[in-house]
Design a binder for this molecule. Sequence first.
Ligand code: URP
Ligand code: ZN
Ligand code: ZN
Length: 449
Amino acid sequence: MLVIKNGFVVLNDKIVKKDILIDDEKIIDIKDCIDIDNVTVIDATDKIVLPGGIDIHTHFHMAFGGTYSSDDYESGSLAASTKGITTYLDYAILKQEPTINDLINDKLKLAKNSYVDYGFHVALTRSDDAILDELKYAKDYGVSSFKCFMVYKKENMMISDEQLKKILLKAKQYDLLINVHAEDVDMIDNNIDAFVKNNMLNNYYHYLSRPEEAEYLGVLKALKIAKEANAPIYIVHNACKDGILAIKKAKQEGQIVYAETCPQYLNFTCDVYKKNDSYNYVCSPAIKGKQSQDALWDAIKDHTIDTVATDHCPFQLKEKLWGKDDFRKTPNGCDGIENLYPYMLDKANKKIISYVDAARLVSYNPAQIFKLKNKGEIAIGKDADIIIYNPNRPITFDIKNSLSNCDYSIWQDYQYSGTIETTILRGKIIYDNNQSCAIKGYGKYIKRG
Ligand code: URP
Ligand code: ZN
Ligand code: ZN
């Protein structure tokens, strides 16, 4: 048994000063005072106690950009555990695998050493009859969400508009959620061709080839197709003002649409593509201008944005450097799993959002939307996935202290006003006071559905 005493506990709608009793992986009591002999006690006086973070957008060991993303399930989950993440949902990309079942079985083998809990979304890169038929079994495999890329034509990952409609209709039949990477592929490819012809190849042209309008048109198209199919849709990694305003309008009109953004879009602007290390920030969608950044914060505050996730897809510096002088050669993706919760809690500590908001965006909503039924809140009966945050202990991020396989970070030297001191996963302390005590393989596959 474990008791967390005297902390300010972040519930779904308020913060209360309570003690929490944990037994056998679960939260079994929350009340004013719990005094029991012979139990481990964590003193959380003056600290904030929040639900474990759920990063619903990772790409571990992903074949992309001519290489693999540098974090695998082991290194990525270990790094995650040191920064308050207790569960992640990774994108399993359907490639040559004959069936979704094969893909999930392969992924389960790769993820078996995970330090924290995990599940998968499946990215559908084709929509032949066999795959569409298999969707009816998806929940048996524990998968209740799928991704469609409206881009990455050359990478053979793109789903056409017609395919997207077919997939949405099938998904609706089986109560599955479709996640969409929404950008206008034709506009992007035309822009790239024009820039290449004129030898305009530095990384700022990554942004100019995928400008605000490309994302806006992609979001409009995704909303339209989902409306026609009368199916819910989840739009990943929103980065642009007009796109998010279109989502806001669709929500007001009653369409079921969920919106995600990522800290890189909340924190940086497209000016990063003018820096000497511009290639490090190359991700898709591209990081947009200041107006978009402001609009994303507005959308966080008015609840248009439902979730904040990382899109964690880092590459080694030497691989990023392939694109130093030619943006087409820069592998797309940034690190983020060690930044997500510290970043959002920093904003809460600075009163830009509330702690309840931070927990809603990084834990509660992810669990609700993606059917992680035992996760996402500090409540009796839920998994004891809990973090303890010290708002009075600033910390500066240094990739040298990281347990990830990243050799640089776009968050290097970021100064957080507070520190996540303890991470607890299903009742087990897996990180405490600068010390990892995570156990390889303790992470459990969470079947969703
Ligand atoms: O640049 C990115 N985001 N890389 C990962 C793949 C994706 O589009 O999510
Ligand atoms: Zn994407
Ligand atoms: Zn992604």
